[in-house]
Design a protein around this ligand. Sequence first.
Ligand code: PAN
Ligand code: ZN
Length: 193
Amino acid sequence: MREGPFSYHISLDDRNPTHFDNHIIRSLSSMEGYFYDEAAYSSMLAEEDQVLYEVFEIKRPETVGELLQGISVIRPGKVGNEYFMTKGHFHKVLDTSEVYYCLRGHGLMLMETPEGEWALEEMKLGTVVYVPPRWGHRSINLHPDQELILFFAYPAHAGHDYKSIEERGFRKLVVERNGKHEVVENERWDQSS
Ligand code: PAN
Ligand code: ZN
C-alpha cells in the first residue's frame, strides 16, 4: 500500500492499472449457484474452468475517510442465456455508497435494496453509475465479444456481504432473448421472500 498522495494510470491497451495491490480472479468454478441454468453451468465447467472476471484493487487502510479504488474486467460470454456477471454484494457497512465509471464495453449495473426495490443502469464508455447507500450491486457484461471495464471507488471500511445474494440471487435476472437483453423474475428470490 502506498504512503501519501499518489497517482496511477489505467492503460486500456493491456487494461491493467500501472499500480495495484490485489488481483482477484473469478473463474466459473467460483460461481457455483450464481447462474439459474445449472445444467448449462455444469456442462460449461466440465469443458473449461474459464475466467469470468478479474478485479484489480488499489488497497487503502479500512478506515473511515479512506477510499478503496480499482478496476473490474468482466469477460464477454453467457451461461445458458444469462450473461457473464459479477457475484454481486451488499456492503457490510450497509450505509456506504460506491461510484463506477465505465472505461470500455457495454453492460448493466443491477441494483437492489434489502427490501427488494430494484434498479438497472446501462453502462457504456463514459457512463458514471452512482450506487447509493444500502443498494446491493452486480455488473453484467452485455457485449458479445468485448470486455466490460469499470473503474470503481468506495469507502474503504465498507466491507462486502455476499451471503444473501449467494443464497437467493438478485430479484431480477438479465438474460438474452432474440439477440436482446431481457429482465426476468428470479424464481429463487420470489420463493425465499
Ligand atoms: C467492486 C466489486 C467488483 C467485483 O470492487 O467487488 O466489481 O464484484 P463482486 O465483489 O461482487 O464479485 C465493488 O463493488 N466493491 O465494493
Ligand atoms: Zn461494492
